[in-house]
Design a protein around this ligand. Sequence first.
Ligand SMILES: NC(=O)C1=CN([C@@H]2O[C@H](COP(=O)(O)OP(=O)(O)OC[C@H]3O[C@@H](n4cnc5c(N)ncnc54)[C@H](O)[C@@H]3O)[C@@H](O)[C@H]2O)C=CC1
Ligand SMILES: NCC(=O)COP(=O)(O)O
Length: 354
Amino acid sequence: MTSAATSSASSAAPLPSIGPLAVSLGDPAGVGPELIVAAWALSGTAGLAPFVAVGSRRVLEQAARRRGLHVQIRSVGSIAEALAVFDEALPVLDLGDADYTPGEPDETGATLALAALDAATQLTLAGETTALVTAPVAKSCLAKVGFTFPGQTEFVAAACGIPADEAVMMLAGPTLRAVPVTVHVPLHEVPGLITTDLVARRAAITARALASDFGILAPRLAIAGLNPHAGEDGRMGHEDAAQIAPAVAALRAAGILARGPLPADTMFHAAAREAYDVAICMYHDQALIPMKALDFDEGVNVTLGLPIIRTSPDHGTAFDIAGKGLARPGAMIAALRMAGECAQRRALLPGDPA
Ligand SMILES: NC(=O)C1=CN([C@@H]2O[C@H](COP(=O)(O)OP(=O)(O)OC[C@H]3O[C@@H](n4cnc5c(N)ncnc54)[C@H](O)[C@@H]3O)[C@@H](O)[C@H]2O)C=CC1
Ligand SMILES: NCC(=O)COP(=O)(O)O
């Protein structure tokens, strides 16, 4: 991949200005609130689109104080008001209060995080905000308050009326984009889940989204094998030839620039990355290890295939450093930037891109 993955653009038209983004609070005990405040403080120099935090003014104020940031945080009653105040204050749609201790998640915080995710999603679906950025939540904490989805990806897909299979997670940084075909499932279940249909569908959704949201009109897809050496002619596993190779053939027949199955161990070095725009990987860590090794501090998790734009920083709640002023804001800023850029590109499309 030759250009920065987070800002690649082959469309020549100037990008239009857009309305505000919605940013859900994330788990109050994690690094989400302090990174939202830090991103607002840097929004001018980072050139970010305006955004409104959805969650709790008091949590954000405490997070700012603990981080030593002297910023104005203002409750707003409407998106128009959020836009009007953004230059002077971080606008918040206040859903309530929560007592919380950084690094010590509890059910009250998880309930607030879920309410914020839900409200921010609904605002974006209603078209009041132009894109959704989600701060990190802990899936195990959300599960304790009735969250039944594997992650925020599937929650947002369901809210959009999209089957979970059609919502594709992509991790994108300046040097690598990677899509895990299977995501939050135990490793031992992966071989049974890798089918020609799943690989081809997820890859095709990725190709369409790279064109509509990232301005890469003819994206090049590198499809990883599942087994060592992509199966070594069946000596090291059969899924590569039986399931993945037919998916690559189907993609090529549909006019998509796909190659593979490729041995995953040699796909990610610098020269290999020049030959593709996205790596389609078979399981979570096959995609996320190279991406986070290369681009952790600027990595974005973006959900493809939705009628709305949704991004998130690539990292999690980082409970070990929450409230200590150590969390680096780069991935949150990159998530905000990408959400704005994708929304701008969607605004140029003639019809419904989803
Ligand atoms: N987008 C989301 O909502 C995500 C949520 N998670 C959730 O987060 C929880 C914790 O997951 P972990 O595997 O521990 O991953 P993590 O990303 O929270 O932390 C891994 C390591 O990276 C460090 N780190 C993370 N973000 C950082 C930042 N901005 N600046 C400096 N250092 C940072 C942490 O201190 C920790 O040492 C889990 O419950 C998981 O479900 C994980 C990934 C994404
Ligand atoms: N490993 C990525 C991750 O956990 C993010 O999941 P999601 O909450 O965005 O679905």
